[in-house]
Design a protein around this ligand. Structure first.
Ligand code: PRP
Ligand code: ZN
Length: 297
C-alpha cells in the first residue's frame, strides 16, 4: 500500500482494545467525521483530508515508519519498545500525550513466590511482550535475566512453568489477580500518545498535522476545564479567586441593585466538591460548574 496522495493524511489507530474507543472519540471531538469502508478498517475523512486506518496497535510504529500512515495513536510503551530495539533512532516522534490509556509495565511474580525484592530476580526467567524495555529497565537496577518474548497471554507463563516472573502491562490489575500474580515493581508508566515520523513529511502534510495538533490541544484543554459562575460579596473577591482551582484572573461583573458581584472563570484544574464548599464558606452563592465544550487559546 503506497500512498501517493500528498493532500491527505492517514492516522493509524487501534482496531479493538484498550485504546480504540478513546482514540476514535478524541479525533471526533476534533471535528473529524468519517465514512467507514465495508470492512470498517479504513475510515475516509468526510470534511477534512484526514483518514483513519484501524489496525493492531503493535503494528502502528511499523506502518508509520514505512510511510503507510503519517500519524499514529499508540501507547508510549509500544513506541519506547520500538525505539530501544533501534538504539533510540526509531524515526518516530512523540507529538503529544493524549491523557488516556494510562497503564504501567510491571514485573509480577506468582502470589506464593517468596520473592519480595527486584534484586532476587537476577538470573531468573522473565516472559514479556516488551523484551527491550524490560531488559533496559532491569539492567539499570543491575538485574539481568533470560527474557522470552511472547506476543500474548504473558500472564499464564509462570503457571505453565515457562517463566519465573513476567513483565506486562497492568491497568486495573484484574489480569494479574485472575492469574494469581503479585505486582512486584513498576518499570514504566505509559499513556496513549500521538506519534509522527521524524523525517520525510511534506509541507502540505505538516500543515494538516499542525492543524490537527492545535485542535487536539483545544479538545484536551476543554476536557480538563470547567466554567464556574458564582455570586459573592465584593470584598471576598481576592479570597474567592484564590479558591478557584487554576484561575488567576476571573471576570467580575457588578450585580444590579446589590453590593454583590458575579464572578466567572475557566478553571484549568479539576473542580471538586471541596472547592465548592470552601467557596460557599467564603461567602459565594449560586455556584454553577459547567462543562467547556471547545476552547481555542
Ligand atoms: C494488557 C496486558 C494485560 C491487560 C492488563 O493488554 O497484556 O493483558 O492489558 O489489564 P488489566 O490490569 O486491566 O487487567 P493490552 O490491553 O495491551 O492488549 P494487547 O496486548 O492485546 O494489545
Ligand atoms: Zn497490543
Amino acid at each position: 500500500m503506497k500512498i501517493e496522495n500528498e493532500k491527505r493524511i492517514r492516522v493509524a489507530i487501534q482496531k479493538s482494545g484498550r485504546l480504540s474507543e478513546r482514540s476514535q472519540d478524541i479525533l471526533k471531538n476534533c471535528g473529524l467525521r468519517f465514512a467507514r469502508s465495508k470492512d470498517k478498517l479504513f475510515w475516509y475523512g468526510r470534511d477534512f483530508p484526514i483518514d483513519l486506518l484501524l489496525v493492531r496497535d503493535d503494528d502502528i510504529p511499523q506502518l508509520l515508519l514505512e510511510g503507510v500512515c503519517d500519524l499514529g495513536i499508540v501507547g508510549e510503551n509500544i513506541a519506547r519498545e520500538v525505539a530501544l530495539e533501534n538504539d533510540n533512532e526509531s524515526g518516530l516522534v512523540q507529538l503529544r500525550k493524549l491523557g488516556f490509556g494510562h497503564c504501567r509495565l510491571s514485573v509480577a511474580v506468582p502470589e506464593d513466590s517468596g520473592i519480595t525484592d527486584i534484586s532476587a530476580l537476577d538470573g531468573l526467567r522473565i516472559a514479556t511482550s516488551y523484551p527491550a524495555l524490560t531488559r533496559n529497565l532491569l539492567e539499570k537496577q543491575d538485574v539481568s535475566n533470560e527474557i522470552s518474548k511472547l506476543s500474548g497471554a504473558v500472564e499464564i507463563a509462570p503457571s505453565m512453568g515457562t517463566a519465573d516472573a513476567i513483565s506486562d502491562l497492568v491497568s486495573t490489575g484484574t489480569t494479574l489477580r485472575a492469574n494469581h500474580l503479585r505486582e512486584l515493581e513498576i518499570l514504566f508508566q505509559s499513556e496513549a500518545a500521538l506519534y509522527g515520523r521524524s523525517q520525510g513529511v511534506s509541507v502540505e502534510k505538516q500543515a494538516l498535522i499542525d492543524l490537527l495538533l492545535s485542535r487536539l490541544n483545544g479538545v484536551m484543554l476543554a476536557s480538563a476545564s470547567k466554567y464556574v459562575m458564582l455570586h459573592a460579596p465584593r470584598e471576598a473577591l481576592e479570597k474567592i479567586t484564590e479558591l478557584l482551582p487554576g484561575v488567576e484572573h476571573p471576570s467580575v461583573m457588578p450585580l444590579e441593585g446589590s453590593d454583590r458581584i458575579a464572578v466567572h472563570a475557566v478553571c484549568g484544574e479539576t473542580v471538586f466538591w471541596e472547592h465548592l464548599e470552601a467557596l460557599k464558606a467564603a461567602g459565594a452563592s449560586a455556584i454553577l460548574v459547567l462543562p467547556v465544550e471547545k476552547m481555542l487559546a
